[in-house]
Design a protein around this ligand. Structure first.
Ligand code: MN
Length: 293
């Protein structure tokens, strides 16, 4: 039996379920909360990479036996097509923090500030700018063992990459081996014709998945067709990160960024445990090959 056939399927939880920032107390709350609920790793938000104490975070992760990945949306001052140099600097700083934390991924809205718009679809020049910056960031990240993920984000939050197909076209433009498509089910539920087709279209280029309900509540309790998703993930032998993502309205910045006019999380411990139990149920029905990271 191959190692892949016996590997555990790892599940991550997004830090913003528990905390809005990354002080030592917040890092402790997130990491202990994720460990208590049975997760294997946490996705740390790097919108403010300078706020992350790498040594403290590494120690907490080691204490609790967890790994980490990292994700971000660019700050308003760094929307990539508007401010490519500032975006590149922000991304390079974030890659440094990711590598310092031992994260093999920096993913998410790495090309956009959420909500930044021009009123028009992306121009060829904007897409070329995004690809040129991400290519340089990817080459530098490769030397540090960090893979970049390009997340599909719905039309109301960005005009640049709304679908998995658009993410695939962007990673083809970037043309570096350490750049993958990142599928988010919340956004796909708005933009895609079903959950299976984008997974099958991406195949091995799909390298990161956010499991997020249409309501941002516990997965499996609203409208996302997770059976179609997991069926397709099993079909392509998906072995990259799977992360339960939601956001609690714990700061004015987060409330505004993710339009959290209602709290989709509630008690984070209950949310995390219910989501973990749901995931275990899905895995029992759709066996995945185990995690290769
Ligand atoms: Mn997401």
């Amino acid at each position: 039996m191959s190692a892949a056939a016996t590997a555990r399927v790892k599940l991550g939880a997004h830090a913003l379920i528990w905390a809005s920032g990354w002080s030592a107390a917040e890092a402790e709350r997130v990491i202990s909360g994720a460990a208590d609920a049975g997760y294997d790793f946490v996705e740390i938000a790097l919108s403010h990479p300078e706020q992350v104490d790498v040594a403290v975070t590494r120690a907490l992760l080691a204490d609790h036996g967890l790994g980490c990945t990292t994700g971000l949306g660019l700050p308003a001052s760094c929307h990539l097509p508007f401010a490519p140099r500032r975006a590149e600097e922000h991304l390079n700083r974030s890659v440094d923090v990711a590598a310092g934390l031992g994260s093999p991924y920096l993913t998410g809205g790495i090309y956009t500030h959420l909500g930044a718009r021009t009123g028009n679809p992306p121009t060829e020049e904007e897409l070329q700018t995004v690809a040129a910056v991400l290519k340089r960031v990817a080459k530098r990240a490769a030397d540090m063992g960090v893979t970049l993920g390009v997340e599909n984000i719905n039309r109301y939050e960005t005009y640049l990459v709304n679908t998995v197909q658009a993410a695939l076209e962007m990673i083809e433009r970037i043309d570096e081996p350490n750049v993958v498509a990142h599928l988010d089910t919340y956004h796909a539920n708005i933009e895609e014709a079903g959950m299976g087709a984008p997974v099958l279209a991406a195949g091995s280029r799909l390298g990161y998945v956010h499991l997020s309900e249409s309501s941002r509540g516990v997965p499996g309790t609203a409208n996302v067709d997770f059976d179609a998703l997991f069926g397709a993930l099993a079909e392509v032998g998906y072995s990259a990160p799977l992360v339960v993502e939601s956001f609690a309205p714990l700061s004015d910045e987060l409330t505004a960024m993710f339009a959290l006019w209602r709290d989709p999380v509630g008690d984070p411990a209950e949310f995390a445990k219910a989501s973990r139990a749901w995931f275990d149920g899905m895995l029992a029905r759709y066996p995945l090959p185990g995690s290769a990271f």
